[in-house]
Design a protein around this ligand. Sequence first.
Ligand code: PMP
Ligand code: GLU
Length: 435
Amino acid sequence: MLANAPPEPLELSPSVQLNLNIRGLGLSATLAINERSAELAKAGRTVRRLGLGQSPFPVPEIMRRALSDNAHQKDYLPVQGLRPLRESICGYLERTQGLNFDPEDILIGPGTKELMFLVQLAYYGDLVIPTPSWVSYAPQAQILGRRIIWLPTEIETGLGVTPRALKAVCQDDPHRPRLLILNSPGNPTGTTYTPDNLDRIAQVARDHRVLLLSDEIYGGVQFDGDHVSAARHYRGGTIISDGLSKWAGAGGWRLGFFAFPKSLSWLKDAMAAAASETYTSVSAPIQHAAIAGFDGGAEMDAYLERSRAVLKALAGFVSDTLTAAGAEVNPIGGGFYAFPNFDPLKDRLAARGIETSQQLCERLLEETGVATLPGSAFGRPPAELSLRLAYVDFEGGAAMDALAAGETLDHGFLKRHAPNVVEGIEAMARWAEGK
Ligand code: PMP
Ligand code: GLU
């Protein structure tokens, strides 16, 4: 064929040839809102980007230095991950949680998102998650053809997993294999679990042999600096999931890990086998550089303290402003998110033609330029007027420098260093009240 001849189309049909489990799946909501916000901004609109949950802070200097020092690392690394990195992660788990792991118990992955997919691929059980939950757990289960069980939640218990709801699910067919994902601090709610809560959830999980995936990716940005792993309460049945994306500002580095109890080494090995046939291993320079993050030290401690302080102040501002505007907001103990529910303003919003969370977010974006995600993307009923906002549209590095220089962390500080978040939330509040 001539090089410039038009290509012959390949006559395949998505309604026949596309895997049934993927049919109808669009781009993940978090990534889709990010792309849409970027397009609107490019077209000249002022957009407050409270959609994608990405750390506002720069990667710590100590990690960036380690990355440039390791640019020459070119070899494929072991599937399970670079051994010195796994040793460093064991030190991190010992230091932060008092938990003992061996390097053999750690599996490094290209972000925890991929490891979550692999665990659902390898473990044959129902996925049990609270509503609301992070946007990707359920689509991953759908792609793999797993059953999804949504646990009901209440605002009084922070929209998180309750022992009662878990028990109700387990009592129906007690021997069914189940994978529960517990995310603390939580996305989208910012909820944290107290040790007492974790203990009671662990008791139910133990009674029914539920496998627990403890998603601790926001553990380092729990505001009180005292994140408690579920593994401290259910050591034999918990896999810890954590990584650099949220507390080390390095989402785009794509590095996460799972830590397994010895009794689940068969599951880790199965995941490593699947990894070896798919992504091989995580990028070598990134693995070498990640060691500096997990090793910690004074520089990392100062970075974490400043991140937590700024995020806590913003969470307080978001919560107070939206509550004053009439929304319901659960207490936020960590992370970057708030999950306000505007149902108390239902009648007024319905009069403006807003009856679903999808419409709520569409109209909010159209009329104020504030980008958020609808509660329905997190498993809430479509007619509930909830949304998730990520209070991350600011220059975290400048805010940290200002704190280090002794500026007081008051409302003026937030207005100076996080103007898009402050103005975006104020615009949202006024808009919801119809002002
Ligand atoms: N869990 C939660 C709750 C998240 O918000 C995210 C978002 N990135 C992830 C897991 C996945 O993170 P990563 O793949 O970057 O480790
Ligand atoms: N976890 C982030 C969020 O919930 C975004 C990154 C992702 O979804 O992979 O917004």
